[in-house]
Ligand binder design. Structure first.
Ligand SMILES: *[C@@H]1O[C@H](CO)[C@@H](O)[C@H](O)[C@H]1NC(C)=O
Ligand SMILES: *[C@@H]1O[C@H](CO)[C@@H](O)[C@H](O)[C@H]1NC(C)=O
Ligand SMILES: *[C@@H]1O[C@H](CO)[C@@H](O)[C@H](O)[C@H]1NC(C)=O
Ligand SMILES: *[C@@H]1O[C@H](CO)[C@@H](O)[C@H](O)[C@H]1NC(C)=O
Ligand SMILES: *[C@@H]1O[C@H](CO)[C@@H](O)[C@H](O)[C@H]1NC(C)=O
Ligand SMILES: *[C@@H]1O[C@H](CO)[C@@H](O)[C@H](O)[C@H]1NC(C)=O
Ligand SMILES: *[C@@H]1O[C@H](CO)[C@@H](O)[C@H](O)[C@H]1NC(C)=O
Ligand SMILES: *[C@@H]1O[C@H](CO)[C@@H](O)[C@H](O)[C@H]1NC(C)=O
Ligand SMILES: *[C@@H]1O[C@H](CO)[C@@H](O)[C@H](O)[C@H]1NC(C)=O
Ligand SMILES: *[C@@H]1O[C@H](CO)[C@@H](O)[C@H](O)[C@H]1NC(C)=O
Ligand SMILES: CC(=O)N[C@H]1CO[C@H](CO)[C@@H](O)[C@@H]1O
Length: 754
């Protein structure tokens, strides 16, 4: 490797250009051209050149062309040069470089590849036309080879500081930059003191071609935290000047930070304001936090950048999903998009639900809501119970005795809801029934509808409340009669079952004056009404019928206390026929009637023959009686028997006598009691008798004979009885009139008698 910098000239062919810039030193032994004396194809021509010289001619410039054109003879078919088409590209075979556009020197209308495979190039030398220009030709054509010999040797130039350049018939040393001299043996120097480093900097130099010589280069570097201003490297140029001035080291600055809007910033600048190693700490105020979880401390690094971007404070947000409202609730927030710090949300329950818990919640600085979501509980109304005297029917659309429950109350017959309370209760959203709990109270009827009519009083079974089913009973004063219903009952309609009755003065049947008397009435209350009294008086000889009272009183029953009196004629006590007698009266024992008496045969009338009925209803005399005609008691005969038809020896008694066996009756066998009270015949005597049986049969016949006598002599008997009655009338004792029950019979018997 050489000392000087190798100039980046790559193409041998472009040495022409280079030589016009650089110094060219011509050697004594320059580049020389040679041509063959015979023709050959291009391959052989190249081979020939390389074996006997350096290579086929390739160098190209106008000087060279004109030089070749000047000294080479014109030959038939011209000369091959070292350009060939390889892979369809015209290539310098010596350097294997492609022909550049600038270096082309084609003849007019060439290359035309006229005969196909014209892949090789000839140069027209001394051609009348296109002199020195190129033409493509088939490589198999035979032409004169044009070769060259180089003049440069290995030590022609100082290695690494210059290159040997062939020139026509000579060579020069083309010095690399920073080198100079005929063989490029010298190197340019720069001043070392011009690379001294400034503060916080250091420098390191490299010297490829000698201390502080051409191409020495130095690298500056700053201490950590400092920034190099200017060029960090400098190089010793060929003009002996350093390519750049020494740089400076500046303290690294980070962009100035600012206090966040909703927070504070606290910085520490150990080296310089917002410079390397400055740290700034950010604190957000309550409810704010650093955006995107940024670090609260920023550090200004050696790169001049903060290790994080400028923090800003953003408001803390709470999670909306933690707000999830419970069933039957809605939530409304003051900040519905961000739910940020200090924003409030308010829960509200659906109508009929009660909020349990906190109704509001607030987003706190910890991103948590201040309180948990509340719950909504169905509003409960107090439980209702069936009224004592009624029924309750409830409907609970949402829950038992809860919001919107309705209960209907029905009181049983005779009861009504107290205080007109509604029959239906509704559980409202306030948890209260829209009315107080109904109770059934007994229906009451109005006491004023009971007002008793005149002369009446009313008595009730419930005199204080007059409640359902209680009864009232009307009663009229004595002497008044109740018309209508005496009882009334309080019905469930609050009406009494019946209207009050009326009390009507009791009427007794109208009385009339008796036919045979007078009537005098007194009506203290009303005509023939209760308490009316009527007095009856009969004419002489008349009396009130059947010992009825002379005064009649109209009682409370509407009846007179006795029947309508009539005056009836005085009746003397009824008279019956006297025992064993007959009675004969002019009328039925009434006032003025006369009665006469008769006794039957065998009896004698004792007392008045005739009596009359007086106005005092008394008989003028005691009625007479009939006394039987009695004969003296007969003694039984000794040694005989007496057999009488009756025990008492009354008129008509027949006594028969018989004597014991062996005795004979001496006198009449039969004795009969006569009307004048004496016995017919003689008193019997029994004498001893020899044949008793004949006398008994005789006695029986005698008795039968007496009975026949009685019937035939009846007329005589009546006369006798009457005679006896008259004589003994005073002795009759009439102690009973009732004895005679059937006077007409008496008349009959009298008629039959007369
Ligand atoms: C010439 O160059 C071509 C491509 O640039 C390459 O393929 C070829 O091998 C080279 N020939 C020689 C002899 O260097
Ligand atoms: C460069 O300098 C050093 C010391 O200053 C010296 O020893 C060395 O010989 C020098 N090299 C050249 C090539 O001048
Ligand atoms: C911020 O930090 C919190 C807790 O450290 C984490 O849960 C959250 O996901 C972070 N947010 C972002 C945007 O990085
Ligand atoms: C930046 O530097 C500070 C201080 O060294 C450190 O606390 C913070 O975590 C850093 N931030 C990042 C994003 O590296
Ligand atoms: C009950 O209702 C009746 C008729 O609607 C009314 O006359 C009476 O004053 C009410 N009573 C009460 C206690 O409200
Ligand atoms: C209570 O509500 C029921 C049902 O809606 C209604 O019939 C009744 O009249 C209400 N009562 C009152 C006092 O408002
Ligand atoms: C008449 O009055 C008397 C005495 O008061 C009584 O014994 C008799 O039965 C009464 N007669 C009639 C028919 O009422
Ligand atoms: C009827 O009443 C009157 C007057 O009070 C009285 O004198 C009379 O005796 C009464 N008659 C009867 C049968 O009670
Ligand atoms: C009395 O006479 C009756 C009838 O003539 C007769 O039947 C009866 O036996 C007689 N009595 C005696 C004691 O003779
Ligand atoms: C009684 O009457 C009877 C006949 O009838 C008669 O013979 C007799 O002499 C009378 N006696 C007296 C004392 O008159
Ligand atoms: C004049 C001369 O020396 N020519 C020679 C060039 O090289 C060939 C071989 O390729 C020889 O045959 C010639 O004699």
């Amino acid at each position: 490797m050489g000392v000087c910098v190798k100039v980046p000239v790559h193409f041998f062919a472009s040495l022409v250009l280079i030589s016009s810039v650089l110094n060219i030193w011509r050697g004594s032994e320059g580049w020389s051209y040679h041509s063959s004396h015979f023709k050959m194809d291009w391959e052989h021509a190249r081979q020939w050149c390389r074996q006997n010289y350096t290579d086929m001619v390739a160098i190209q410039n106008k000087e060279e062309i004109s030089h070749l054109n000047k000294f080479l003879p014109k030959v038939d078919g011209y000369y091959w040069i070292g350009i060939r088409k390889i892979d369809d590209r015209w290539t310098w075979v010596g350097t294997n470089k492609t022909l550049t556009k600038e270096a082309e020197n084609w003849a007019d209308k060439e290359p035309n590849n006229g005969g196909n495979n014209e892949d090789c190039v000839e140069i027209y030398i001394k051609r009348t036309q296109d002199e020195g220009k190129w033409n493509d030709e088939s490589c198999l054509k035979k032409k004169t080879a044009l070769c060259y010999t180089a003049s440069c040797k290995d030590d022609s130039c100082v290695s690494g500081q210059g290159e040997c350049v062939e020139t026509i018939n000579s060579h020069t040393c083309s010095c690399f930059k920073g080198c100079y001299g005929e063989r490029c043996e010298h190197v340019v120097k720069c001043k070392p003191n011009e690379v001294t480093p400034a503060g916080h900097a250091s420098v390191q130099c490299f010297h490829p071609k000698g201390n502080f010589s051409y191409d020495s280069h130095c690298e500056y570097s700053c201490e950590e935290g400092y920034e190099l201003k200017g060029s960090s490297t400098t190089r010793c140029t060929s003009t002996t000047e350093w390519s750049s001035k020494p740089p400076t080291c500046q303290l690294i600055q980070c962009p100035e930070l600012i206090k966040p809007q909703e927070g504070e910033m606290q910085c520490n600048h150990p080296m310089g304001r917002f410079s390397y190693q400055s740290t700034c700490e950010f604190v957000c105020k309550e409810g704010y936090k650093l955006r995107d979880n940024r670090s609260s401390t920023l550090f200004c690094g050696a790169t001049g950048r903060w290790n994080d971007s400028q923090p800003t404070c953003e408001i803390v947000k709470c999670k909306p999903e933690d707000l999830t409202p419970p069933d039957h609730a809605t939530v409304q927030c003051s900040d519905t998009t961000d739910f940020s710090y200090d924003s409030q949300c308010e829960y509200s329950c659906e109508e009929g639900y009660e909020l349990k818990g906190s109704s509001t919640t607030r987003c706190t600085s910890t991103t948590e809501w201040s309180s948990k979501p509340p719950t909504c509980q169905l509003i409960q109304c107090p439980e209702l119970i069936k009224p004592q005297e009624g029924e309750m029917q409830c409907n609970h659309p949402m829950g038992r005795f809860s919001y919107q429950s309705t209960c209907e109350f029905v009181c049983k017959e005779g009861y009504k809801l107290r205080d007109n309370s509604s029959s239906t209760l509704f559980c409202g959203a306030t948890g209260r029934w829209n009315d107080s709990k109904p109770t059934c109270e007994i229906v009451k009827c109005k006491s004023e509808d009971l007002t008793p009519p005149d002369h009446a009083t009313v008595q009730c079974s419930d005199p204080t409340d007059f409640s359902y089913d209680s009864q009232c009973e009307y009663s009229c004063e004595e002497g008044y009669e109740l018309k209508g219903s005496s009882t009334t009952r309080c019905t469930s309609t609050t009406e009494w079952s019946s209207k009050p009755p009326t009390c009507e003065l009791i009427q007794c049947p109208e009385l009339i004056k008796p036919q045979e008397g007078e009537m005098r009435c007194n009506h203290p209350l009303g005509r023939f009404s209760y308490q009316s009294t009527c007095e009856f008086v009969c004419e002489e000889g008349y009396k009130l019928q059947d010992n009825s009272s002379s005064t009649l009183f109209c009682g409370a029953t509407g009846h007179w206390n006795d029947s309508q009196p009539t005056c009836e004629i005085h009746h003397c006590p009824a008279l019956g026929s006297p025992v064993n007698g007959e009675l004969s009266c002019t009328s039925s024992f009434s006032y003025g009637s006369k009665c006469s008496f008769d006794c039957v045969e065998g009896f004698l009338l004792q007392g008045a023959l005739e009596i009359s009925c007086t106005k005092m209803a008394k008989w003028s005399h005691e009625p007479p009686h009939c006394e039987a005609v009695v004969c003296p008691q007969l003694p039984e005969p000794i040694n005989g028997h007496m057999n009488c038809s009756s025990e008492d020896p009354i008129f008509g008694t027949v006594c028969t006598f018989s004597c014991l066996d062996g005795h004979q009756l001496i006198s009449d066998e039969i004795m009969t009691c006569n009307l004048n009270g004496s016995w017919s015949g003689e008193v019997a005597l029994c004498q001893a008798h020899p044949d008793p049986s004949a006398s008994l049969i005789k006695a029986t016949e005698v008795t039968l004979g007496v009975a026949g006598i009685i019937s035939s002599s009846s007329l005589f008997l009546v006369y006798w009885i009457l005679k006896r009655l008259r004589s003994k009338a005073d002795k009759f004792d009439l102690n009973s009139t009732s004895d005679i029950e059937d006077p007409p019979q008496v008349y009959k018997s009298v008629d039959s008698l007369i």
